[in-house]
Design a protein around this ligand. Sequence first.
Ligand SMILES: [Zn+2]
Length: 147
Amino acid sequence: MHPCETDVESYFRGSLATSDSTSIESHASTCRECCHRLAERAMTIARGAADCAEATALGRRELRQEPRFPTEAPAVLRFINPVRDDRLPAQVLDVSRSGLKIETRELISPGTLVLIRVRRMQIFGEVRYGICSETGFRAGIRIERVE
Ligand SMILES: [Zn+2]
């Protein structure tokens, strides 16, 4: 059974009992529809949190404990600093309230500032790490601002 909206909201507020949170996460790991629903919700929260410096700072502290939701959204990266003229296609692998994990065809150095266009959003962020993967390279990006 899909979790109801009320439970999903409570989940993101952190006010849901641990056992209920676990059941939402395990349901989302097998239900594509809910997985996408939660990923969308996490992105909306990221956009809201970016408006509030305090929430963003809190998000950074909680980066590791945060729920992350897998997604398959195609994205395009632009390099802000160091600046580049070209654009790099990428795939968003998962998203949380304050960060994204992407897969792309080149290794991106930590500290690089990027602008990611995904769906109708533009996400400005800083690359925290870059690693090799079996199919290319992965990068973890801390969300600074969503437009
Ligand atoms: Zn479901």
